[in-house]
Design a protein around this ligand. Structure first.
Ligand SMILES: NC(=O)c1ccc[n+]([C@@H]2O[C@H](COP(=O)([O-])OP(=O)(O)OC[C@H]3O[C@@H](n4cnc5c(N)ncnc54)[C@H](OP(=O)(O)O)[C@@H]3O)[C@@H](O)[C@H]2O)c1
Length: 325
């Protein structure tokens, strides 16, 4: 089976770790690798032969972030030790972007605890989402934000969760940004029928980020949302980049082998194929594949290194997915 072979390649070859000297120093200072003399070589030996970390700039400020992060909507029900290992490993591999939400059960609680223990809170780029009052879980508005802050200790990017909450919540997120309590604000919308409303909001409000679904299985944002994001210099975080648990793109390829040309872009698994497609779109700033298993996190982080497919290769990927190649 191709999938099994690909996984072995990833774990053995690990085309990952391109952490800079400064980053390595940070990790060491944080005490993360103290006493891990035996384990250290796995991360750092790979650093010397790895493909470079891919970053993209947030248009509003020029700040660069790694293109591959982690989505955490299952972290509330993932064993704490696994959450801790995943976040630690992601940082070792160069990843810093974490997406969570006030409504993801105990996800924020587990992330906040792990980052504090690991000494990584200030190193990570943490995005969370605000509930509207009366919304999910009975907590909303300012109370929702204060609870997220208390759980996470730091929020870099605050999304308004869903377009219907944008009107009532925009004054609050704008105020929080003005006060310097968050650095970026944004809107999330994962339903195509909401896009007309989202487009209006993108024109009306000075937002820094959007979060929309984007994958080879759902390219609906390409028509209008992504072009408008580029025009208005709004960063885009791609949600559900692997098609999501029920429609997982990887499970749809069966045992089909990767095309030979995928290796030119350092693609060693179908997961990396789908993720490199997502983050190679010029409007996409980063992707947040949900990864509650360490092996998935490592596979996905590898897609944040090396070369990205060019426009011609993206077309080949689309044709392959459409069954035309
Ligand atoms: N704004 C919104 O309203 C909204 C809505 C939905 C999602 N999101 C965000 O988007 C993130 C991603 O969405 P998602 O998790 O639903 O979909 P996804 O990232 O497309 O897919 C996640 C699924 O893929 C599996 N997986 C991950 N990497 C894999 C790999 N390399 N090989 C094989 N399987 C792999 C995961 O398994 P394991 O978990 O077992 O590793 C999980 O079942 C969420 O975590 C959340 O942060 C936002």
């Amino acid at each position: 089976m191709q999938m099994a072979r690909a996984r072995v390649l990833i774990l053995a070859g690990m085309p990952v770790e391109t952490v800079s000297s400064a980053r390595r120093r940070d990790v060491l200072q944080a005490g993360l690798l103290a006493g891990l003399v035996a384990a250290l070589p796995r991360a750092l030996r790979a650093a010397d032969r790895a493909a470079p970390l891919i970053t993209k700039a947030i248009p509003a400020t020029g700040e660069k972030i790694p293109v591959m992060g982690v989505g955490t909507n299952h972290f509330g029900r993932t064993p704490y030790e696994d959450v801790r290992s995943i976040l630690k490993r992601m940082y070792e591999l160069g990843g810093t972007v974490i997406d969570t939400a006030a409504m993801y059960g105990d996800s924020e609680v587990q992330i906040g605890k792990a980052l504090t223990e690991l000494g990584l809170t200030q190193k990570m780029f943490i995005a969370t989402k605000l509930n509207a009052p009366g919304g999910f879980g009975g907590i909303g508005g300012r109370e929702s934000f204060e609870r997220s802050m208390q759980r996470l200790q730091k929020v870099d990017l605050l999304f308004i969760h869903f377009v219907d909450s944008v009107e009532p919540m925009m004054p609050l997120v704008t105020e929080l940004k003005k006060q310097g309590r968050v650095r970026y604000i944004g809107i999330t919308s994962i339903r195509t029928p909401e896009y007309p409303q989202l487009l209006e909001q993108m024109r009306k409000y000075p937002i820094d980020f959007l979060q929309v679904n984007y994958s080879l299985g759902d390219r609906s944002a390409e028509a209008e949302v992504l072009p408008l994001a580029q025009e208005r210099r709004i960063a885009v975080m791609a949600a559900v980049p692997l098609g999501g648990g029920r429609n997982l793109l990887i499970s749809q390829v069966g045992d089909r082998a990767l095309p030979a040309w995928a290796a030119d872009f350092g693609i060693a698994s179908w997961g990396q194929f789908f993720l490199k497609y997502v983050v190679s779109h010029p409007a996409i700033t980063c992707a947040i594949p949900g990864s509650s298993k360490l092996e998935h996190l490592e596979d996905n982080q590898a897609a944040g290194h090396g070369r990205l497919p060019d426009a011609a290769t993206r077309r080949k990927m689309e044709e392959l997915w459409a069954g035309k190649a």
